[in-house]
Ligand binder design. Structure first.
Ligand code: GDP
Length: 463
């Protein structure tokens, strides 16, 4: 028995229609206490997969239909043929804020309880309607901010990742049983794989698992976004370049040095790649306490950045301040791109940029837009190479999955280490068991309750 939950599943606000979703063993009875079909038929008599028109009423104290609140439709979905796998009724009413809340209140008064964030999808997961990785794909689908991110999220919902992880799991299981046959019958030749062949099979598996682990960088770049910073001494044109990348006026551009006192964060689409870009206040020492706070934030942003766009003024020689910045950049492991700005004033490159520090040096002009497309291409190709075949590629959907898969790979590596240093296969068996456990966490087969909670809480109420 599950209790019956209800929530407004459409966004909060005015709209053409709103949908109130009710799910659980009593869903149809609960809906029957607030919805009167125009045909006069009781909802409990209507088969699954049907939509009926009627009036929505507040229930009276003794459970009868009270005064009419609105008219609308009720979709009846019977277990197991619904999103949650339970009996579900979706009532569509007019989309006013107050009206929608009145309908939900009526449903609660009729015996449902308010759903928690992600509870419908959690029930679908419990009912085996979708795997944890597919549930996570639904989050990405809802969160997608670019067309490419949407394509990627759709490919996740197709279950290819679950399939791929399942294949790895089966391979590990076969290898594990081989390892334990050695342990149980050391003197008999019962296995089809020799220790050398096991090494070969594990190496091949490790390679495939690593390839899947690496796909996370695509997900990260396309959907979550790369954290990037624009740095450079004042007046090199950082704000102007940010505006060019954003294609709109956001940062205040002014000819007075030090105008950008605080950090500005923006999400920028660069081809298929999403950048979470911070324009910094500049990194120079300052006595002004407010400017000093900005400098500290800039340093923090620089340290946590995954990509650094360093801006230089191509119309002027390198200054001491530029050199200080270069020294700071030497200490950072993130890829760096030099933007030599104001190419409209003076063609050519800044003399004296150190060799090898930058992934690329791009002459640009924020004023004429010259070089901006080339810059965008340089950034995109850093993360996404060529066409991605979303129809046939399994791609990890988040850092949690990557973490679990990487632990599994570590288990495979440990097993390989044991075999290579001459231990009998049963010793490697323990490592393989760990690899399998981590893999079941990756695809959600065996995942702790708090991780499940954390995942479903990322959903909104009503999903
Ligand atoms: P920030 O302090 O680094 O953010 O620099 P700003 O974006 O505020 O620009 C400083 C000054 O340089 C402003 O007067 C801009 O108009 C000018 N500027 C920025 N980019 C270019 C460019 O590509 N060419 C020219 N000629 N001037 C530019």
């Amino acid at each position: 028995m599950t209790d019956t939950i209800a929530a407004i599943s459409t966004p909060y606000g005015k709209g053409g229609i709103a949908v109130i979703r009710i799910s659980g063993d009593e869903a149809i009875d609960v809906a029957g206490r607030v919805f009167r079909a125009a045909s006069g038929r009781a909802l409990s008599e209507i088969e699954g997969g049907r939509i009926v028109y009627g009036s929505i009423c507040a229930p009276t104290a003794d459970g009868d239909l009270g005064k009419v609140i609105d008219d609308g439709m009720a979709a009846i979905l019977r277990s197991p043929r619904s999103y949650t796998g339970e009996d579900t009724v979706e009532i569509s009413c007019h989309g006013g804020i107050l009206l929608t809340e009145q309908v939900l209140s009526a449903v609660i008064a009729a015996g449902a309880r308010p759903a928690e964030a992600g509870e419908f999808t959690r029930r679908a997961f419990v009912a085996g309607k979708l795997s944890l990785t597919e549930a996570e794909a639904v989050i990405n689908l809802i969160d997608a901010r670019s067309e490419e991110a949407l394509k990627l999220a759709r490919s996740h919902t197709a279950g290819r990742l679950t399939e791929k992880l399942g294949q790895f799991y089966e391979s590990l299981r076969t290898l594990l049983s081989t390892a334990y046959v050695y342990a149980d019958y050391p003197d008999e030749d019962l296995t089809d794989l020799s220790a050398e062949e096991m090494v070969g099979a594990l190496e091949a598996l490790q390679g495939e698992m690593q390839a899947l682990s690496d796909t996370y960088y695509v997900e990260h770049a396309v959907s979550e976004g790369i954290t990037a910073v624009i740095v450079g001494r004042p007046n090199t044109g950082k704000s102007s370049l940010l505006n060019r990348l954003l294609c709109r006026e956001r940062a205040i551009v002014s000819p007075i040095a030090g105008t950008t006192r605080d950090t500005i964060e923006e999400t920028v689409q660069v081809g298929r790649v999403t950048l979470r870009l911070t324009d910094t206040a500049g990194l120079r020492e300052s006595d002004d306490p407010i400017e000093q706070i900005g400098v500290e934030r800039s340093l923090a942003a620089l340290e946590s950045a995954e990509l650094i766009l360093a801006v230089f003024d191509g119309a002027e020689p390198l200054s001491d301040e530029d050199r200080e910045l270069l020294a700071k950049l030497e200490g950072s492991a993130a890829p760096k791109i030099a933007l030599v700005n104001k190419s409209d004033l003076q063609a050519g490159e800044v003399i004296g940029l150190p060799e090898g520090l930058f992934h690329a040096v791009c002459p640009v002009s924020a004023r004429t837009e010259e070089g901006m497309d080339a810059l965008r291409q340089v950034i995109e190709s850093l993360y996404v190479d060529g066409e991605i075949d979303y129809d046939s590629t399994a791609i990890l959907a988040n850092a949690r999955q990557k973490g679990a898969l990487d632990r599994s790979i570590a288990g495979v590596e440990a097993a390989l280490g044991a075999l290579r240093s001459g231990f009998t296969p049963d010793v490697a068996g323990l490592d393989l068991e760990e690899a399998m456990a981590a893999l079941s966490e990756a695809d959600g087969r065996a995942v702790s309750a708090d991780i499940v909670d954390a995942i479903f809480h990322r959903f909104c109420v009503g999903k």
